[in-house]
Design a protein around this ligand. Sequence first.
Ligand code: ADP
Length: 298
Amino acid sequence: MYSAYYELSSGKGGVIQVFQSREIDLYILNQLFFVIISIGSVSIFVLILISSYMAKKSLEPVRLAYERQKEFVGDASHELRTPLTIMRTNLELLSMKEDETIKENEKWFNNIFSETEAMTKLVQNLLTLAQVDHNQIKSNIENLDLSELTKKICDKLILVASEKNIQLKSIIADNVMIKGDANRLEQLFIILIDNAIKYTSEGGSIVVSLMTTTDKAYLSVKDTGVGISENDKDKIFGRFYRVDKVRSREQGGAGLGLSIAKWIVADHKATIEIKSNLGDGSEFIIGFNTKNKNVNRL
Ligand code: ADP
């Protein structure tokens, strides 16, 4: 509202008042208020969405580790329960045969014995993996003669293979030197050769070979066994993963060997490759750096 006073020469005066409508201003203010409130609420909503997404994303590794741990404990207890149940059933059976001799019940004693062995191996493997998870294993890296180590292990396992009527041949290049932990590598080769024996039928054969190029050494374990499908080649390195649970269990396996093998390979900055077709045998090839610039703990 604008007001102006005037006075005429005659002495009379008055006021002129002009009114301007503020409707448009108020309308604009209202609109502005509405826009600010809307943008504000949308921004708060978007911020909540983004922060919950970020929180979820940053907690994902923790959630995955927790899930893995839970799964691991569940699988481990399940694996331990099976031999315990078998042992208990066999013991119950024996307790009902108190008049019979041990010889007469050899079968039940053997069952208990083989389950104890399987359980000991399982507990050892579980312990190794738990130590791996907590970085508690210190490898003892030293110069070692891979040729000698491979020969020693083949000599050890040749009898185990022949018990199953499997021929174990070895073609080993001399004086292959690498830097590595002898005990861990022995464990790795035993896992691979033992698997080759387990998953090859009677009358089959296994060839262990060690070859070198200028800066690499390749250890191959090749069998004429059941083979591994393309789909399973990655999965078999997972903990407790077995292609055929029943067959593997019969052979005393719990699906932990290759997870340990994978860790030993990684610890030596080596590589592992599988060549296999289902029903057509398998070949596991480990590639070591003979110069070993990569093993940095030396
Ligand atoms: P397991 O103790 O059951 O043998 P591993 O982790 O050593 O456990 O192996 C995982 C699975 O990979 C086995 O159960 C088997 O199905 C498959 N596998 C491993 N080695 C061989 C092989 N040489 N030939 C065929 N299958 C194999």
